[in-house]
Ligand binder design. Structure first.
Ligand SMILES: [Cu+2]
Length: 323
């Protein structure tokens, strides 16, 4: 009912506006004026408004930095994340001055060169020199940024070589929970497939595979040793999820029927990060970053980064799958 009334009010307002315009047109016709002719006075007024808008817009921009700047993530807790942050900051340092300068010019020119009957516009079609400058400069800047980005991308996307000391974790997403599986002593994850899902075997691990016996399945939280490469493998049992670990600057889609992967090296323990953020309750977190259904926001796991000793102790306490 209320929606219908609102729609009616909007329709009536439009009709009234059109009628007012018609009256104005008729009135102007009577006086022998052209209502749609833009006078020099109109032009000056509009250009002044553009100039005032510049200050409001830049003020809003500064306010946003002031108001939201404090919500940025703390320092990166992974090795490659430092590179990502550097790239992000470099990009901002390049685009922020460009953004400010172009808008100042845009609004200033609109004001300064507003229509005047005393002035004739310069007819200017083409300049090879200008074309060359505004093609070359952005090309060089983009090439440098993309090359730096690719180097960083390769460092997380190239699987950790077998011979390098690392840990292997499989993260499985399903509506609406995560399961972490550790490869155990043999450092090999047992096979798994969706057709084997039943009862307590929620992620479908293959119990007939000898490599499965020492695998460890975890809910709620998982631990990582500091400064050791972690190779992640991602699966999904239903829809597309996205494993997002913001403090490590890492995110990967979990796609049904596909194994995706990345690796990173955690560099700051949870205890150290609590000091850095001055927050005793701080915890690293794994989130789902795809809106995958009604309880999507419930898909979280805590991540504890600790010394190798503490990690070994914790891992020994976790039950093996065969139990
Ligand atoms: Cu999800």
């Amino acid at each position: 009912m209320i929606t219908t009334i609102i729609v009616l009010i909007i329709l009536l307002a439009i009709i009234t506006g059109v009628q007012f315009l018609k009256i104005a047109e008729l009135g102007a016709k009577n006086r022998g004026e052209l209502i749609y002719e833009i006078t020099e006075k109109d032009s000056k007024g509009q250009s002044l408004m553009v100039f005032i808008f510049l200050f409001a817009y830049m003020g809003f921009f500064a306010w946003q930095i002031w108001a939201w700047g404090g919500w940025l993530l703390p320092v990166s807790a992974s090795k490659h994340g430092v590179g990502i942050d550097f790239l992000m900051n470099l990009t901002l340092w390049i685009i922020t001055p460009v953004f400010i300068i172009t808008h100042v010019f845009l609004c200033w020119f609109a004001y300064k060169f507003a229509f005047s009957s005393k002035r004739k516009a310069l007819f200017f079609t083409h300049s090879n020199r200008l074309e060359l400058i505004w093609t070359t400069v952005p090309s060089i800047a983009l090439t440098v940024l993309i090359l730096m980005g690719l180097t960083n991308w390769n460092s997380t996307m190239t699987p950790v070589p077998e011979e390098t000391d690392h840990i292997l974790i499989e993260l499985t997403g399903q509506q609406f929970t995560w399961t972490a599986r550790y490869a155990g002593k043999d450092k090999v994850l047992g096979r798994s497939q969706v057709t084997l899902i039943e009862g307590t075997n929620a992620t479908g691990v293959d119990t007939s595979d000898v490599n499965t016996k020492d695998d460890k399945l975890l809910k709620g939280e998982f631990h990582l040793p500091v400064n050791v490469p972690v190779q992640f493998v991602f699966r999904s049992l239903d829809v597309i999820h996205s494993a997002y670990m913001p403090h490590f600057r890492a995110q990967m889609n979990c796609v049904p029927g596909l194994r995706t992967q990345f690796n990173f090296v955690p560099t700051i323990t949870t205890a150290e990060m609590r000091k850095i953020t001055k927050n005793e309750k701080f915890n690293y977190i794994l989130l789902c970053n795809k809106i995958c259904g009604a309880a999507h926001y419930n898909m979280q796991m805590d991540i504890i980064v600790e010394s190798q000793q503490d990690y070994d102790k914790w891992l020994a306490e976790q039950k093996e799958f065969k139990q």
